[in-house]
Design a protein around this ligand. Structure first.
Ligand code: PHE
Length: 468
């Protein structure tokens, strides 16, 4: 009997802290490490932070709680969960399964870049030929991204590592890995912050992030800021698709969902701010300007490490190592989100949910898409581009992060009955302390915000200037 149960079981988190490590690991990713500090600095500084926090509480918290509750109640991944609600909602589930699959293609490439850079900094430490060796970091980056074979190899290493962890299962793979990786990330982050904020001239970077700049809110500027903050929040909390529903389905029934839904955004935001303190002061201290996107991480920061003398490579290695950890704990959740869907479909057909097989098969499909995105080399290799974007990464990001995620969250807010969430949260006599707040926000605030975010995302991707 026990054996049979195990066979049909997709897995479960062993402890609440283990689940939190996995969920925070999913939330903390590339979005925190370069998206947040830059967006905060460029969109009103402290004023942006205040708005972001309000959005996290009014929208992020309630959507996260809804997704965790939906997952745990149905015990299914995103497709099965929406199908359980009604067959007519299956399409929402499929949208939620396609998005992570797409995100994995560029996430794996960027994760591969981190491995390359961690190794290159290690090389510098020993004066090895494969280091950066004081080369101009823009040239080094350009050379690397246009070396198709090399970028593909690093992306594949990243995909293989992700698959290996997911094959290990929920408690034996994901929980075990993230429970070691997240504390390690935290320690590395603290070390880099200490160095960054003590550099001469660091205060300009702190000012860039935290100085309230109300001019960003002038006229219709506040709409832009609102949608930037909202889009960032969604991506950063891994909402609007398969991830938190799948993780929710592995939470034991006796654990309190309400508390987790508070802790995850809180930890995610703290780490995003810490990431800013690790990078911005160092960038300003070196007299550089923070750029947006991959350039910030791989060109600007490497320039900083190049200028730090003999300790530069140590901090470079720590920094790229920690970004790698942040990226892989997120990519694990992305792969788990879709592996859960495949396992559900097998169970529906009366088959054994063969996790190892599905994780590997999906991993192979991602290896292919990640290789394609890598070959584009962030637009460096002259391939045709789509939707008015300049890289394949941006095109895929437009569809997944720009459209599918906010749409998925919008549907989630509208179609999941509040009674379901209520029942799930109050299981085992747990109190639902924020119930009235939850009911109000999920009905009125979240859907309106979602629409603004969706329009804002489309506006920024296509440069329509709707809000300027
Ligand atoms: N939250 C991750 C980040 O901030 C990205 C991510 C999005 C991960 C969606 C899983 C799902 O980078």
């Amino acid at each position: 009997m026990e054996k049979k149960q195990q066979e049909n079981h997709k897995g479960q988190f062993g402890s609440n802290i283990g689940f939190l490590m996995a969920a925070v690991g999913s939330a903390v990713g590339l979005g925190n490490l370069w998206g947040f500090p830059y967006k905060m600095g460029a969109n009103g500084g402290f004023a942006f932070l205040v708005l972001y926090l309000i959005l996290v509480v009014l929208v992020g918290y309630v959507i996260l709680m809804t997704e965790l509750a939906l997952g745990r109640r149905t015990g299914k991944g995103v497709v099965g969960a929406y199908e359980t609600l009604s067959k007519k909602y299956a399409f929402i589930g499929w949208m939620g399964a396609i998005a992570p699959w797409m995100i994995l293609s560029f996430y794996s490439m960027l994760g591969g870049y981190c491995i390359k850079y961690a190794i290159a900094n290690l090389g510098d430490l020993f004066g090895a030929g494969w280091g950066v060796n004081g080369q101009d970091s823009g040239a080094f980056f350009g050379e690397f991204t246009s070396d198709m074979l090399q970028t593909v190899i690093f992306s594949l290493i990243f995909v293989i590592l992700t698959v290996l962890v997911v094959r290990g299962g929920v408690s034996g793979g994901i929980e075990k890995f993230t429970s070691i990786a997240m504390p390690a990330l935290f320690v590395m982050l603290v070390i880099v912050i200490i160095r960054s904020v003590t550099l001469p001239g660091a205060s300009a970077g702190i000012e860039f992030m935290f100085k309230p700049d109300w001019s960003a809110f002038e006229g219709t500027g506040w709409i832009t800021v609102l949608s930037v903050a909202g889009g960032q929040m969604f991506f950063s909390l891994s909402l609007g698709m398969a991830i938190m529903i799948a993780y929710g389905s592995y939470i034991p029934k006796e654990q309190s969902l309400e508390r987790s839904a508070l802790v995850i955004p809180f930890a995610d935001t703290i780490i995003a701010i810490m990431a800013g303190l690790a990078t911005m002061p160092a960038i300003f201290a070196s007299g550089l300007e923070p750029g947006q996107g991959p350039g910030l991480l791989f060109i600007t920061l490497q320039t900083v490490f190049n200028s730090m003398g003999k300790f530069g490579p140590i901090f470079g290695f720590l920094m790229y190592g920690l970004v790698f950890i942040a990226a892989i704990t997120s990519s694990i959740s992305l792969l788990e989100g879709i592996t859960a869907v495949a396992m559900d479909k097998a169970i529906e057909k009366g088959k054994k949910p063969n996790r190892k097989k599905y994780a590997t098969m999906l991993g192979i499909s991602i290896a292919i898409t990640a290789s394609l995105v890598s070959i584009d080399g962030l637009g460096a290799n002259g391939f045709p581009q789509f939707f008015g974007q300049s890289t394949w990464l941006d095109s895929i990001d437009l569809i997944s992060e720009g459209i599918l995620m906010p749409l998925g969250a919008c549907y989630c807010a509208i179609v999941i009955p509040t009674a379901w969430v209520d029942e799930e949260v109050t299981l085992n006599g747990n109190k639902f302390r924020t119930k009235r707040f939850y009911d109000f926000c999920i009905k009125f605030v979240a859907p309106v915000m979602m629409v603004i975010i969706l329009l804002g995302q489309l506006d920024s991707f296509f440069g329509l200037g709707m809000f300027s």
